[in-house]
Unconditional design. Structure first.
Length: 297
C-alpha cells in the first residue's frame, strides 16, 4: 500500500539510485570475491583502491580535461598497474594461499597508509566533478534520468559481461577458476599459482578502479569514500556466498535496490542497518550464503 501511494517519479528515482548503489557494491564485491577465491586473502585495502580510482577520475577531468570514456579507461588501467605493484611488492609475500590473518593485518596497514596519503596529497575536503554529463538527462517513458547514473550502471553491466568472458572463455580465467576450486590439482597440472594470483589481484584492482571512477561522477572523491563501500561489499559477499561470483553480483544489485527504497520510503538511517541485518540473518540460517556452493568462482 505504501508503494502504491508513492509518486511514480519518486519510484523511478529510487530504482535508478538503487541500481547505482548495486553497481557500486557489485564492482567492489566482485574484486574482493576474486582475490579471496584465489588467494584466501580478504583485501582490507580494497576500499582504498576504489578511492584511488575516484581521484584518478577527478585528476583526469579537472586537470587534463579528458573525455568520459578516456577517464574510465585511464582509471581502470591505472589501478590495474597499481594492483600489479601491490601484489609483487606486498601480497606475494603471503604466498599463494593460507595466510588469512597475515593478509588482513597487511592489507589493513596498506589501507591506513593510502587513506592518510590521500589526505596529505589531495586534502580532506571532498572533490566534486562538474562536467557536461552532470547536467545531461535522458527522457525515458516520461521520466528524466541523470546521465551519470545511467552511465554508471551501464559501465557495471559492461564490466561484468567482460568478466564473464574472461573467466569462462580464456586461459587466464580458467587458471583462476582452477586455482580457486582446487589449488593442489591446479599446481599438479602445471598452473603457475604466483602468476594466477598476480593476474587476479590486477583484475580485482581494475574493477575497483572502474567503480571508483564511474561513481565519482555520481558522488564525490574523498580519502574515506571507499570505507562504507568495502564494508557493504563484505556483507554482499557473505549474503551472496563466498563460493559464487554470480550470486555476489545478484545480491549486490538486490541490496542496492533494497537500501534505496528503505532510505527513500522509510528512513535513511536504516540503509546500512538493512545490509548488516540481512548478513546476520543469512549467517544464522545459511552460513554458506544464499548462493553459496562448494566450488568457488
Amino acid at each position: 500500500m505504501l508503494i502504491a501511494n508513492v509518486d511514480s517519479t519518486l519510484l523511478v528515482d529510487l530504482t535508478v539510485s538503487g541500481l547505482v548503489l548495486g553497481a557500486t557494491y557489485a564492482l567492489a564485491a566482485a574484486g574482493l570475491a576474486l582475490i579471496y577465491g584465489v588467494m584466501e586473502v580478504i583485501n582490507m585495502a580494497h576500499g582504498e583502491l576504489y578511492m584511488l580510482g575516484a581521484y584518478v577520475a577527478w585528476l583526469g577531468i579537472e586537470h587534463f580535461h579528458l573525455p568520459y570514456v578516456a577517464v574510465l579507461l585511464l582509471a581502470t588501467a591505472a589501478l590495474a598497474v597499481f594492483g600489479l605493484f601491490f601484489y609483487d611488492g606486498l601480497l606475494r609475500r603471503l604466498g599463494t594461499r593460507g595466510q588469512f590473518e597475515r593478509g588482513i593485518v597487511l592489507t589493513l596497514g596498506v589501507s591506513l597508509v593510502l587513506q592518510n596519503g590521500a589526505i596529505v596529497v589531495f586534502g580532506p575536503e571532498p572533490k566534486t566533478l562538474t562536467t557536461r554529463l552532470t547536467f545531461k538527462t535522458f527522457h525515458v517513458g516520461g521520466q528524466l534520468l541523470v546521465a551519470t547514473r545511467v552511465y554508471a550502471v551501464l559501465c557495471a553491466v559492461a564490466a561484468f559481461a567482460l568478466l564473464y568472458v574472461v573467466l569462462n572463455h580464456t586461459s587466464v580465467g580458467r587458471s583462476m577458476r582452477g586455482a580457486a576450486q582446487n589449488p593442489t590439482a591446479a599446481l599438479m597440472v602445471g598452473l603457475n599459482p604466483t602468476r594466477t594470483a598476480r593476474l587476479t589481484v590486477v583484475l580485482g584492482s581494475a574493477l575497483a578502479g572502474l567503480a571508483g571512477c564511474a561513481l565519482t561522477f555520481v558522488y564525490n572523491a574523498n580519502p574515506t569514500v571507499g570505507v562504507p563501500v568495502v564494508f557493504t561489499a563484505f556483507a554482499v559477499i557473505v549474503i551472496g556466498g563466498l563460493g559464487s561470483l554470480s550470486g555476489t553480483i545478484v545480491t549486490a544489485f538486490a541490496l542496492g535496490l533494497t537500501q534505496s527504497f528503505v532510505g527513500g520510503l522509510v528512513s535513511t538511517t536504516l540503509q546500512d542497518a538493512v545490509a548488516f541485518s540481512l548478513m546476520m540473518i543469512v549467517l544464522f540460517l545459511r552460513p554458506q550464503g544464499i548462493f553459496g556452493r562448494e566450488v568457488r568462482l
